[in-house]
Design a protein. Sequence first.
Length: 139
Amino acid sequence: MKHEVTWLIRGRLVAAVAISLLSLFAAPAVAPALASQGQPTAALVEVVGCLRPASDGSWSLTEATAPVVSKNAATTPGALKAAKEHALGAGRYRLLGLWPFNPAAHAGHKVAAKGVLTQSQNDSRLNVTSLQSVADSCR
């Protein structure tokens, strides 16, 4: 619990720095799907999906919901409860910055992830600020 609280405090700072840097250097390439919906181009979002390891050592969120813009870097208890009830989707996000969240402990779980979304024509990436398991499996 102490480690989670410490990371929560640091995570807010990391999210603020990440959003600032993305706004400065990558605004035209960041989250075009959100921009087309009138959302900010460097947005902090939440998605729910299945946490899966890749053969190259990276991690992905599969069967993921569409991104929802969020105002908080951390996931609230109410948002976790709602995420548990979310139906899975068809999205896929490559997850970045997972090392503080011990992803191996949540492999195969349905998780709620928050972070800064960046997209290109071939790839959607989420620089994670919060990762929490909402169910032990994706079924």
